[in-house]
Design a protein around this ligand. Structure first.
Ligand SMILES: Nc1ncnc2c1ncn2[C@@H]1O[C@H](COP(=O)(O)OP(=O)(O)O)[C@@H](O)[C@H]1O
Ligand SMILES: [Mg+2]
Length: 257
């Protein structure tokens, strides 16, 4: 698929009246959401509101019960087969017996890239997440934050246009999480990615996002889509900006509505 020419204007993600049931349980109802190319969009909602379910449907891993999802103008299933996604989950799921660079190279082996090309991409991805010095380390030798960096490197190494992250920093301490959140914005800009980020953390959501979609409690529906107009570059100072605090209050109010 050519993401750069004919479909330039097609949004990265369109969710149209998406509903999802598991048996009698309605998890999502009439979800509408558009993510443009090159944006970072965060979905916030309380635990059980259907965030992971929506992410999995966008990633083509689950089918909606109602409505439709388009990713770069295709079905999510087609986009998945065209390798449009990198996905990062809360648990980094690295192979303990493989070094960091071998873990990052694994998806590239699976898609059959030649060794020289794999090495180039692995080096590039490790550089992007700041793990170059740990290429030969094993996962157990890394901190939790570094393991998540490795998982991000693995997800971006085959250069997908869209990165989906499901509470990737939830298990990390507050300062590590803040630093990774800052670095994710830099990674996104450098790699020209579209990012769809799921979290229950309001500060992370506001810090990261071009807009924040607020999910109501189950059955989840997007009840607000709040543009975050904070000056770039965002850094530690951003969290002290009165505008940042005002956005946090707004997202919280919407969650509690
Ligand atoms: N495969 C499944 N089968 C049945 N119920 C599910 C399944 N996946 C998720 N659920 C239920 O859907 C609801 C939303 O789950 P989830 O999307 O994981 O929420 P969140 O990520 O916002 O915490 C929960 O009540 C969960 O138990
Ligand atoms: Mg979840």
């Amino acid at each position: 698929m050519d993401y750069n020419s004919n479909m330039q204007k097609t949004p990265a993600i369109v969710c149209h009246n998406v509903g999802k049931q598991f048996g009698d349980l309605t998890v999502l109802r009439a979800v509408n959401l558009v993510v443009s190319r090159g944006e970072i969009v965060t979905l916030v909602g309380e635990s059980g509101s259907g965030k992971s379910t929506l992410l999995r449907m966008i990633g083509g891993l689950l089918e909606p019960s109602e409505g439709y999802i388009h990713v770069f103008g295709q079905s999510a299933e087609e986009a998945r087969r065209a390798r449009a996604y990198g996905i990062v989950f809360q648990n980094p799921t690295l192979y303990a017996w493989r070094t960091v660079e071998e873990n990052v190279a694994l998806p590239l082996e699976v898609i059959g890239l030649a060794k020289a090309e794999r090495q180039t991409r692995v080096a590039e991805a490790l550089d992007l997440v700041g793990l170059t010095d740990f290429a030969r380390a094993y996962p157990a030798q890394l901190s939790g934050g570094m393991q998540q960096r490795a998982a991000i490197a693995r997800a971006v190494a085959y250069r997908p246009p869209l990165l989906l992250l499901d509470e990737p920093f939830a298990a990390l301490d507050a300062l590590t999480r803040e630093r990774l959140t800052e670095d994710l914005r830099a990674i996104q800009a450098q790699a020209g990615l579209t990012v769809f980020f799921v979290t229950h953390d309001i500060a992370d959501a506001v810090f990261l996002s071009d807009h924040v979609a607020v999910l109501s409690p189950r059955p989840g529906s997007v009840r607000a889509d709040i543009p975050i107009d904070l000056p770039a570059p965002r850094g530690p100072h951003t969290r002290e900006d009165p505008a940042f605090l005002a956005y946090m209050a707004r997202v919280r109010a919407s969650l509690l509505e």
